[in-house]
Structures are given as C-alpha cells and as structure tokens.
Design a protein around this ligand. Structure first.
Ligand code: CA
Length: 230
C-alpha cells in the first residue's frame, strides 16, 4: 500500500482527498501547515507527497527545496492555484516532479500519482546484468559500456565508480563514501580525486557533460546517479 503525505491547509480539500485516496488504496497521512508537513516528510517514510504551495508557517516551495537539500527524493506533486504559472516553473526547478492546478479533477490526480509512483519503483531490467538508461547500456558483468550503441572505453577505476553509482540510484553519495567504497582507504587521496574521476566519467557518458543528466552533483553533499526517466 503506497504511503502518501498530504500537506494542505484547506480542511475541505484534506477531507475529500483523504477519503478518495484511501478508497484508492493509499495510506494517507496529512498535515495542515508547512512546518509539520516538512517534519513528517523528513522522516522519509512516504512513497509520495502532495504539497500545496500556499501553506501557513512554511510554504510548499521552501519545503521541497529543504527536502531536496537533505537528500530526500520522495516524488512530489505540487498543487498550485489557478493561473499561477510562475509557481509551476519555480516548483519544478526546486525539484517537484509534477504539479496540478486547483481546482482539479480527481481522475487526473490519480493518473498523475500513478505515473509518479511507477517512476519511483523503477528497477533495473530482469535480464539482470544489463542496465539501460536512455542512450546508455551498461553491462557490468561483461564490462561493456555502450553509448548510443557505441562502446565507451572506461578505465578500471571509472568502471568501479560508475558501477557504484548505478547500484545506488537516486541516493546522495558523498565523496568520502566514494573514497572508502570505490578507492579503498588511502591517505594520499583527497575528495578532489573523486571530482576529477567524475568529470572524466561525465565526459564519456553524458550527452552534455557541462549539464550532466545522469551523474548529478548534490551541492555540498556529493553525487547522485539519476536512473529514472529517459
Ligand atoms: Ca493553501
């Protein structure tokens, strides 16, 4: 049963949504102000969040920004008021996955939630050894990396680094963790080593290495492999 957190301050809407979502098989918890909503979301025990933008104490934008900064990657559907185009843009930039304009159709909401949940539960193909990420095809057993069907030459270290990233999709991985797990502890290494290797990997794998879509920098924290999406 997917666990959903609803952060919304209109009591009527909370009631309607909770009823409907529960009958659709969601386990619903709700918060009516931004601060308590944020605290609940931080527990990271939800599969999906519905966030209203205008909320008492802490608005939806601040909530999503602070969650993403802390590495909480729960999919977020934002609710915006009619005509607030700016809201949508800002929300998506800050890390919302989708938005819906009030008033909305319940069916529409269900469809959006389903899409977000499916995206989250993305798992590598059952064939086991081969991972497909858009134009990238990675087979760690065979040691073959293809980009748009063409082989990419990786050094052993780059290979190990990539494997570690891909095996921890969507998680923030710190430089220290990478040094310990991928390089093994070695006093001569610094976190700068990680950055240099990341930049080499990006050059080889990213469509546009300056704006990496797969190997994402999480400011102040480390890196994250973006496995979902195209
Ligand atoms: Ca509101």
């Amino acid at each position: 049963m997917p666990r959903l957190l609803l952060v919304e301050d209109e009591p009527g809407l909370v009631l309607t949504l909770t009823d409907r979502l529960t009958s659709e098989g969601f386990e619903v918890e709700s918060a009516t102000d931004g601060e308590s909503g944020f605290k609940l979301a931080l527990s990271n025990q939800f599969d999906i969040l519905i966030l209203d933008v205008m909320l008492p104490k802490k608005n939806g934008f601040d909530i999503i920004r602070d969650l993403r900064q802390r590495g909480i990657e729960t999919p977020v559907l934002m609710l915006t008021a009619r005509g607030q185009v700016v809201d949508k843009v800002v929300g998506l930039k800050l890390g919302a996955d989708d938005y819906l304009t009030k008033p909305f159709d319940m069916m529409e909401l269900m469809v959006r939630l389903e899409v977000l949940l499916r995206r989250r539960s993305y798992v590598p193909p059952a064939s086991g050894d081969t991972y497909q990420f858009g134009e990238l095809e990675l087979n760690f057993k065979k040691g073959s990396i293809l980009k748009s069907g063409k082989p990419v030459e990786l050094t052993a270290q780059e290979f190990r680094l990539l494997k570690y990233l891909v095996e921890h999709p969507g998680q923030v991985i710190s430089r220290d963790e990478l040094l310990t797990e991928v390089w093994g502890i070695d006093a001569s290494l610094t976190t700068r080593t990680v950055d240099v290797h990341m930049s080499w990997l990006r050059q080889k794998l990213e469509e546009n290495p300056k704006f990496p879509a797969r190997i994402v920098t999480v400011h102040g924290l480390g890196y994250r492999w973006e496995g979902a999406g195209k």
